[in-house]
Design a protein around this ligand. Structure first.
Ligand code: AMP
Length: 406
């Protein structure tokens, strides 16, 4: 029986796809369609280490996914021969309802639609991807895998904002957390690298990509995370501010006359590294910093300091920490951030070995000295594998249940 899942991650103007073996994580092909809806778009299909590019217009998500399927037919591998068993969709917000992946039906679609006010940029695009895939693969199970689901294990003390009851009860105002699929994969891989079962280890996961979050994981379950009701809260990110005084909205509105939408957009799109250094790409920030740019130097310091603050907070939340784990673009590639964000923590048993930190990262890699109480690791994340794994296991559970039904 095949265990291949077609993983689809739809954004408002992009669509990423991968063919992934949900059992082994092997991915024979993956690709993306960028600038959907614009006059010129770009499809990139990678197979056997070779990239095939098509530059043309993709008017909508339907044409983008059709083009991806054509790319499988033209450049391989054949989806028919692979025997795809499910389509796995990344869905950003699963709200209070979804604590696990869900087999898509009209009820699930209605629930994801109802969550659009909590994720106005992401959920509509995710729904679009699901609608198109249902049309193109009417006979395949479609599985929604939610970014928020992993954090359902947070206790009320961690997820509750100190705001009036009516807001919490009637408007689902609470912390949800994101990057759940990455966290699930990375925490499990870190436990495996430590040679222990996930239920036995307590880790702090630092997912530092364009979006960034810190998560406290006790025994394989999230107990706190830095992103909140939306992905704006917490660490400094590419274009998001992370934590600011909540009174900032009122102040900017009163003093500049800005609308709430203007302020929301500015905090999500032109803050973070972009606001501090003028660029959201971490590599560019590091280049500017090396050239003596004061804004980029401050950006690096604010970025690393915020991470250190959360590591301290989550150390206190967990009580004991077996490992601190870095992942995603910046976490996997910036020894400077890893060293700076964990500096001065040796009394907590956390330190970074400079040679190991500067060395190559190939799979889970230890960068702490052997003598350290707390392991520090770099683990390349693999969200596509995690989505495929979860989708496959849901489909197999369903299959087993059908066999067991008398
Ligand atoms: P992600 O969202 O995980 O793709 O991460 C994107 C971020 O990782 C961007 O800010 C990139 O600049 C950063 N990044 C990627 N490669 C490197 C690298 N070699 N060194 C530093 N930052 C990097």
């Amino acid at each position: 029986m095949s265990s291949f899942v077609l993983v689809v991650n739809t954004g408002s103007s992009s669509l990423k796809y991968s063919l992934v073996d949900g059992a082994s994580g092997d991915s024979p092909a993956s690709g993306s369609v960028e600038r959907i809806g614009e006059s010129s778009g770009r499809l990139s299909h990678e197979v056997d280490g070779q990239e095939h590019v098509e530059e043309r217009a993709f008017p909508d998500h339907d044409s983008a996914l059709r083009a991806a399927l054509d790319a499988f037919a033209a450049y391989g591998p054949s989806l028919d021969s692979a025997g795809v068993v499910a389509v796995g969709h990344r869905v950003v917000h699963g709200g209070e309802r979804f604590s696990a992946p869900a087999l898509v039906d009209d009820d699930v679609i209605g629930a994801v639609e109802a969550l659009v006010p909590l994720a106005p940029l992401h959920n509509p695009a995710n729904l679009e991807g699901i609608a198109v895939a249902r049309k193109l693969f009417p006979d395949l199970p479609q599985v929604a895998v939610f970014d928020t689901a992993y954090h359902h294990t947070m206790p009320p003390a961690a997820y509750t904002y100190a705001v009036p009851l009516a807001w919490r009860d009637e408007h689902a105002i609470r912390r949800y957390g994101f990057h759940g699929t990455s966290n699930a994969y990375v925490a499990r891989s870190a436990a495996a690298a430590l040679g222990r079962a996930p239920e036995e280890v307590d880790v702090i996961v630092l997912h530092l990509g364009n979006g960034a979050s810190a998560t406290a994981v006790r025994g394989g379950r999230s107990v706190d995370t830095s992103m909140g009701m939306t992905p704006l809260e917490g660490l400094v990110m590419g274009t998001r501010s992370g934590d600011v005084d909540p009174a900032l909205h009122a102040h900017l509105h009163r003093s500049l006359g800005w609308s709430l939408d203007d302020i929301d957009t500015a905090l999500n799109r032109s803050s973070g590294l972009k606001g501090l250094a003028g660029d959201n790409d971490f590599r560019e920030v590091m280049r500017l910093r090396a050239a003596g740019d004061a804004g980029a130097a401050l950006a690096f310091d604010v970025y690393s300091y915020r991470i250190r603050k959360y590591v301290g907070a989550y150390y206190a939340v967990l009580g004991t920490v077996d490992a601190v784990v870095f992942t995603a673009g910046v976490g996997e590639h910036s020894p400077e951030v890893r060293a700076a964000s964990l500096s001065g923590l040796s009394r907590l048993g956390i330190s970074v070995d400079p040679d190991r930190n500067a060395g190559p990262v190939d799979g889970p890699t230890f960068i702490s000295p052997d003598s350290a109480d707390v392991a520090v690791l770099v683990v390349p994340t693999d969200e596509e594998y995690e989505i495929a794994r979860q989708a496959l296991s849901l489909v197999e559970e369903g299959r087993q249940a059908r066999h067991e039904t008398p």
